[in-house]
Design a protein around this ligand. Sequence first.
Ligand code: ADE
Length: 266
Amino acid sequence: MAANGDGFSNASMENLTCHVEKRPISTIVFIVAMQKEAQPLIERLRLVKDVNSPFPKEVAWILFKGMYKDLNINIVCPGKDSALGVDSVCTVPASLVTYASIQALQPDLIINAGTAGGFKAKGASICDVYIVSSSAFHDRRIPVPVLDLYGVGMRKAFPTPNLIKELNLKVGRLSTGDSMDMSPHDKESITANDATVKDMEGAAVAYVADIFKVPTILIKGVTDIVDGNRPTSEEFLENLAAVTAQLDESITKVIDFISGKCLSDL
Ligand code: ADE
């Protein structure tokens, strides 16, 4: 695929300018990797687990759904790994659930919400909630012309200038990889991606949504400071509950803002 000089694919640039319809947003799909991250929102919006899930019987994917104001809200979690019983985090499950959710639910908007590591050198602090301006991968290094750009896969998120202004949200670039730690190679790529936050799903969700031209917003709460002096996993587990509560508050404000609006109003 041809790329622009700034590394964004032409397809993703088109995504920003086309398909912005003048009709109120009706169906939103949240892709959330860990059910714990989604639980406060599931309870606040009184969403119910879909017992007739549209997904194949073999998968552990969970759909919580319900109406909130005029919005048809769906939260899709990839569920537990069948062998180990832990949440199916990372890019492969995120891609699969995003694909299946688009097919089954035909959303007007996808929101990938979850936790992330933040870089204090870029202004991030614990419990900050970021709206992502662009997403890219940091562990797909392919030193071959053009394939290098494919590997990085930088995509702009759907622009939401009014939402950002009204809710006074922080904005930053996201870098995605399949590891929670950060190798020296990852660090180099994350710096090249100019990322403020680092996660394990966002760019994969954005990749799939871009194929189907579904506008996508990414909202990330900071559980750990990657360039700080605490072990990442310890800081992540310590802050998970507080950040999840903060995310719940921010996402509720985002949904309240979206209600009754068209994509072009965001
Ligand atoms: N999710 C929360 N913290 C993270 C980190 N440091 N890296 C990747 N994903 C995360």
